[in-house]
Design a binder for this molecule. Structure first.
Ligand code: RB5
Length: 146
């Protein structure tokens, strides 16, 4: 599985921890930046990772900014992306079970980083339940014709 990751300066520290965790787990990681903690603009990096998921160059995406909000707004502009801003292990799990989220967005400034890594682990291993949830996800994609 290949994971596309990206952050701005506010998510940089957590993104580095996530990258290390993913690599230790044996997953392939494509890092779309930013590569330093200097102030920058989250759309510039989030869009690259989200497009990689939409174009199937990556299986999933994990985007980090200060709150996770900006990254979720950006990612959800890209056709085929279901980005979930998650704030707990429970929301991370349900974003997979019910929403088949293919992008996880996290707030590096609001989450305990240890909990964030647990959320990533849960999010990656939790399957989509399909069934009635698939009908709902399909209705979302009908909105943008994909
Ligand atoms: C950067 O200061 C901050 O606004 C950004 O990381 C993010 O939280 C936006 O949603």
């Amino acid at each position: 599985m290949t994971i596309a990751i990206a952050s701005d300066h506010a998510g940089f520290e957590l993104k580095v921890k996530i990258k290390t965790y993913l690599e230790q787990t044996g997953l392939s990681v494509e890092d779309f930046g930013t590569f330093k903690a200097d102030s920058t603009d989250y759309p510039d990096y989030g869009v690259l990772a989200a497009r990689a998921v939409a174009n199937k160059k990556a299986d999933r995406g994990i985007l980090v900014c200060g709150t996770g909000i900006g990254m979720s707004i950006v990612a959800n502009k890209i056709k085929g992306i279901r980005a979930a801003l998650c704030t707990s292990k429970e929301t991370a799990e349900l974003s997979r079970r019910h929403n088949d989220a293919n992008v996880l967005t996290l707030g590096g400034r609001i989450l305990d980083h240890h909990v964030a890594l647990e959320m990533v682990e849960i999010w990656l291993k939790t399957p989509f339940e399909g069934d009635r949830h698939l009908r709902r996800v399909n209705k979302i994609h009908e909105l943008t014709g994909c």
